[in-house]
Write a protein that binds this ligand. Structure first.
Ligand code: HEC
Length: 142
């Protein structure tokens, strides 16, 4: 009897470890997936196109960024940004670069642009899921 229970606990733990090791690739894993949740590009596109976003109703992405090639608003056009992001910073993946560009916009300033113009507080005002979704959307802009 005792042994059976031990086995159950053992398998539960092993299962959890496996989930953690896989970086929460599956969404059905519920709470175990929070740390590196997979972004939803469809929701990300909706967020991107809102005129205000986040807990403090900050200006939305689309108020400063165009999705059309060559159309520069306040910030660079995001047409092809996923492709540019791949080589933007040596040693950084496109995903890492895009995430950092949202959370810490002045970490790497796009060529020809001035630091301090992109809204700086998204890292505090957007949820982790919002940021994951935005990054997932930007990654589709090849
Ligand atoms: C107030 C205007 C403004 C808003 C709002 C804004 N950005 Fe930006 N963004 C900029 C400017 C200016 C730059 C270029 C300077 C820099 O790299 O920090 C930039 C750069 C970026 C870059 C790097 C782009 C590249 O082409 O290398 C990304 C990615 C980005 N923004 C994503 C976002 C997302 C996602 C949002 C919405 C959550 C957003 N931005 C909202 C102005 C803005």
């Amino acid at each position: 009897m005792m042994q059976k229970r031990f086995l159950l606990v053992f398998f539960a733990l092993a299962g959890l470890l496996l989930l953690v090791a896989c970086g929460g690739g599956g969404n059905e894993s519920g709470e175990a997936a929070t740390e590196e949740a997979v972004g939803d590009p469809v929701r990300g596109e909706q967020l991107y196109k809102q005129t205000t976003i986040g807990s403090a109703s900050a200006p939305g992405c689309i108020t400063c960024h165009s999705l059309e090639e060559g159309v520069q608003l306040v910030g660079p056009s995001h047409a092809g940004v996923a492709t540019r992001a791949e080589t933007a910073v040596p040693g950084m993946s496109a995903e890492e670069f895009l995430r950092e560009s949202i959370i810490d916009p002045d970490a790497h300033v796009a060529e020809g642009f001035t630091p301090g113009i992109m809204y700086p507080n998204y890292g505090n005002e957007l949820s982790e899921q919002d940021i994951n979704d935005l990054v997932a959307f930007l990654l589709t802009l090849k």
